[in-house]
Every structure is written in C-alpha cells, then in structure tokens.
Design a protein around this ligand. Structure first.
Ligand code: FAD
Length: 360
C-alpha cells in the first residue's frame, strides 16, 4: 500500500506551498494512484472532517492556524497519447503529474498546444480548476475532458470541457471540494509547430507577426525567458518567485460601468495617459491589475527590502515571501494593495489564489 498518512506534527503545510506559509494539517494523506485518491477522499466522511485537495500548492494561501481536517495530496502519475487522426492527438495525463514536466515532454515530442503554458508550477489536475492561462492560451482551448470523483454521488465520471463552466481563471471546480480531478485529456497537434502566437509581447520576442506559428521548442524557450524576467518561474534561490504567481486577477468591468471607471482613472493619471484595456467577451473589458497597482503607488519591491512580504522586484502582481513571512503578513499587504487601488481608482481587485481558513 503506497498511500501514506502522516501525524500532525510532521506536516506543516508551509512545506507544501510555493508561498512557504501555512500551519499544520490535522491529517495528511499522499495518494499515489487514482484509486488511492478516491479511497482517501471517500475516507473523509465525518461531518466535522473537512477536505483539502492539494496539488503543488502554487495557488493556495493557507492560514497560519493550518487546516483542521484532512489534506489529500494528489500524487497519481502516468500519461498516454492516442492518435485522433488528421495530425491531432489526445494526451491523457494523471492529475498528480507535474504540469511543466508534462509541457516539456509534449514539446520534446513535437506536439503543439501547451507550449505557451510553459513554466507554470503545480499539478496537471489543478489546471482546469482555475482554467490556467498565460501568453494568450488557456486550458479551455485544449481541454477535451476530465475524469473526476463527484463527491455528491460518489461516482467517478467523465465531464467534457464544456461542462466545467471554464472562464477567466475560474471553473465550477474552483473554491469547492465537491469534485476531485483524477486525470485530464488534452487535444494537441502533431507536426512540431506551436499554436498560433496570439500574445503581442511573445510575438515580438519571437520576431513573428501575431497569428503565426513557430517551432514548438522556440515558443517554449521564449515563454520561459519572458516568465523568468518577471519572477514567474519557481527558483528556490530567488525570493521574487516565492509567491502564488499573480495574487490578483485582472478586473473585468462591464460596458455599463466602464465609462465611469475610465473617467475616475483619468482623473488620477491624466487624460493623456493610455490605460491598458482588453476585450474580455461580449459587453466586458479587462483592465490590467499590475498597471492599476503600480499607478496606485505600489511599485515593484513595495514596501521595501526590510519587509517580510513585498511585491516582487520583477512584477507588481506577485506578493512574495522574503524568507520568514507568515500568512497574516501576506494578507496585510494584500489588503493594503486592494484598498489602495479601490480608493484611488474605484476598482475592486479579487484574489486569484484559493484562500483556506483565512479571508482577505
Ligand atoms: C511563480 C508562479 C507563477 C504562476 N503563473 C501562473 C500563470 O501564468 N497562469 C496561471 O493560471 N496560474 C499561474 N500560477 C498559479 C498556479 O501555478 C496554478 O493555478 C496551478 O495550476 C496550481 O496548481 P497546484 O497543483 O499547485 O494547485 P494547488 O495550489 O495545490 O491547489 C489550487 C486549488 O486547486 C485545487 N486542486 C488542486 N488539485 C486538484 C485536483 N486534482 N482536483 C480538484 N481540485 C484540485 C485545490 O484544492 C485548490 O483549491 C502561478 C503560480 C506561481 C507560484
């Protein structure tokens, strides 16, 4: 039996999160096959016992008091590729696989689709949870289906991507423990080329026009280079990467309120200053959280080198643990930034990570 259950003292959750904060779990189970994940989750039955599903801990902010319940670490491994014909393949991956290792393997195999999602930490099973995205690509564009344990019925079911309510950094799986993803299926292209490059900055680095395809390994290398420059690739020697990536999502505003929001922003930064704004689906626009944070007076590295938590020195959207921070320290800075942006621009920033046992 590979499944391991550890006593309380052995499992401070700070060792399992990329922010390196979080108190202990009452029970901790590491499940190394889909069957073990199902058994461990079904074992959480008592009314007072709560469940926390853990992948790579790269999108979790866990309270200093820890988690009074059972943590199930999803650690099932394995993958397979099936031809779909017409130069397309289906990649099926167990949820506990490391995301970037899988992306790397697909790139080595000349499969196109995932390359722009290079360098994102965490597990495969978590990628549909917040519809992971970067550099113009989202999981929703590649996902065929997931196999999950539905905790209400106790059944293992296959749900098509269209049934998961995938949206901007969200899905029906986020902020709930109702279902546990066991494996994920993606549709990729054979033939060595990337998906069309949509992101302006990436196209510029690659020296191509938007919409062009490039050799898949070139796209991955360029994405990794861009991400490293922003502190968005984990590096244990670089505190700028001790984060959850972006702490806030980019605010999405409806057309109805956009003129008032733009006018308040212009009142602060001046009519002549261009405000970054992107289409975000019918009747909505997305503003840049990083731009708003910086313009609200929170520069890279804020509040300064002696603080236990600072904005990354490379990107204003990442709150970073400088080595000895607590969760409370992180929340204090997050609140200051959220409130500063709200006061100055009237825009409410929402956290991107899942908060466990704490609120902003
Ligand atoms: C340096 C850095 C850069 C990042 N860059 C990006 C980026 O570019 N784009 C982006 O979208 N995200 C980014 N992130 C956020 C994070 O890496 C992703 O959200 C990632 O998919 C989280 O995976 P995880 O396994 O670490 O999830 P965890 O943090 O372990 O869990 C996150 C949530 O998902 C749930 N969960 C985890 N596994 C499962 C499962 N198998 N079934 C059901 N629920 C599950 C957890 O219960 C929790 O609620 C970044 C983070 C860091 C630290």
């Amino acid at each position: 039996m590979l499944m391991t259950s550890l006593p309380l003292a052995a499992v401070p959750l700070s060792g399992y999160t990329t922010l390196r904060v979080g108190g202990p779990a009452t029970r901790f189970v590491s499940a190394e096959s889909a069957e073990e994940v199902v058994a461990a989750v079904k074992g959480v039955t008592a009314e007072e016992d709560r469940l926390l599903v853990l992948g790579g801990g790269s999108n979790l902010v866990i309270a200093d008091d820890g988690f009074d319940g059972t943590v199930v670490q999803v650690a099932n491994r394995g993958s397979k590729i099936d031809s779909l014909g017409d130069g397309r393949v289906a990649l099926t991956v167990e949820a506990g696989e490391d995301w970037d290792a899988v992306v790397h393997q697909t790139v080595e195999a000349g499969l196109g689709g995932l390359e722009c999602l290079s360098g994102i930490p965490g597990s495969v099973g978590a990628t549909p949870v917040q519809n992971v995205g970067a550099y113009g690509v989202e999981i929703a564009q590649l996902l065929i289906s997931v196999d999950l344990l539905d905790r209400d019925s106790g059944d293992v079911r296959t749900l098509a991507a269209s049934e998961l309510a995938l949206g901007y950094r969200t899905s029906m799986l986020k902020n709930t423990e109702r279902a546990v993803v066991l494996r994920v299926r993606f549709e990729l292209a054979d033939g060595g080329l990337s998906a069309p490059i949509r992101y302006t900055e990436l196209a510029r680095v690659l020296g191509v026009r938007q919409g062009k395809q490039v050799p898949v390994a070139e796209a991955r290398a360029a994405v990794l280079e861009l991400r490293r420059g922003k502190g968005m690739v984990l590096d244990q020697d670089d505190h700028d990467t001790w984060s959850v990536g972006s702490f806030f999502t980019n605010p999405v505003v409806t057309d109805a309120v956009l003129p008032a929001v733009m006018s308040q922003i212009a009142g602060v930064v001046g009519e002549d200053t261009p405000v970054p704004r992107y289409p975000a689906g019918v009747g909505t626009s997305k503003l840049s959280a990083a731009w708003l944070i910086e313009r609200a007076g929170f520069a890279k590295g804020y509040p300064g080198p002696d603080a236990r938590v600072t904005l990354s020195g490379k990107h204003t959207l990442a709150l970073t643990n400088r080595g000895n921070a607590t969760t409370d320290d992180i929340l204090v800075l997050a609140r200051e930034i959220r409130d500063g942006v709200l006061t100055r621009f009237g825009v409410a920033l929402a956290p991107e990570p899942v908060l466990v046992g704490c609120v902003l």
